[in-house]
Design a protein around this ligand. Structure first.
Ligand code: GLN
Length: 230
């Protein structure tokens, strides 16, 4: 357990995903996205510098456990199993899962239609768990990189993709408008949290305080509008 009174460090190593649109992705050589703007605003507010490192999503919690990273922000869903290994901030984004299929597909219109199908998703994600636990006879085809999962649907290797709703929506809007469409309802409501290596209670408190300030002073809304506004 950490000392709640311990002062904050000047700088923290913050892990983020290599690509999870529109939360973190590379544009003109720079990492941009909702999470990037949010963690920078949180850090400004709390008074620490961000030393950003990108890593595969499934390496994030192990990296927090071994001390390679202090913080991770990557649209990470708050789950009890994860909360045993890392600490989570207060929730900062309400999410859920959605289905994406080839634009000309007429067979898959809901989660029931995914039974027995090949479903592209990401390794170590809540969607991979959802497929394995809830969809009868389905095969979760797991990829390290999300672009590969979308590509598998576009080239017919997979019947559908199941992933975080805002990611599916943004991917289709920006890269898949002619080839993919979103179907079915929002599955499994989820909350995203900022993950913090255990034993940093003062950092968790500072991040939660900063998040609540940003929600009160309109900065959170500004960032939200920038990435999700019409
Ligand atoms: N929200 C999902 C999860 O936590 C996926 C996050 C991601 O791919 N960056 O499993």
């Amino acid at each position: 357990g950490g000392d709640a009174e311990a002062p904050l460090e000047d700088s923290y190593v913050v892990a983020t995903d290599t690509s999870f649109v529109p939360f973190e992705f590379k544009e003109d050589g720079e990492y941009v996205g909702f999470d990037i703007d949010l963690i920078n605003a949180v850090a400004d507010e709390a008074g620490f510098k961000v030393d950003l490192k990108t890593t595969n999503f499934d390496g994030m919690i192990p990296g927090l456990q071994t001390g390679t990273f202090d913080i991770a922000i990557a649209g990470m869903t708050i789950k009890p199993e994860r909360a045993e290994k890392v600490d989570f901030s207060d929730p900062y984004y309400k999410s859920g899962l959605r289905i994406g299929v080839p634009i000309d597909n007429e067979d898959i219109t809901s989660v029931e239609d995914l039974e027995g199908k090949n479903i592209a998703t990401r390794l170590g994600s809540t969607s991979a768990d959802y497929i394995n636990n809830n969809i009868e006879g389905a095969k979760a085809q797991t990829f390290e990189q999300l672009d590969q999962a979308y590509l598998a649907v576009q080239n017919g290797t997979s019947d559908a993709i199941l992933y975080d709703a805002p990611n599916v929506a943004y991917y289709i809007k920006t890269k898949g408008e002619d080839s993919l469409k979103m179907v079915g309802e929002l599955l499994e409501a989820q909350d995203y949290g900022i993950a913090i290596a255990q034993g940093n209670e003062s950092l968790v408190k500072a991040i939660d305080k900063a998040l609540s300030t940003l929600k009160e002073n309109g900065k959170y809304d500004e960032i939200y509008q920038k990435w999700f506004g019409e």
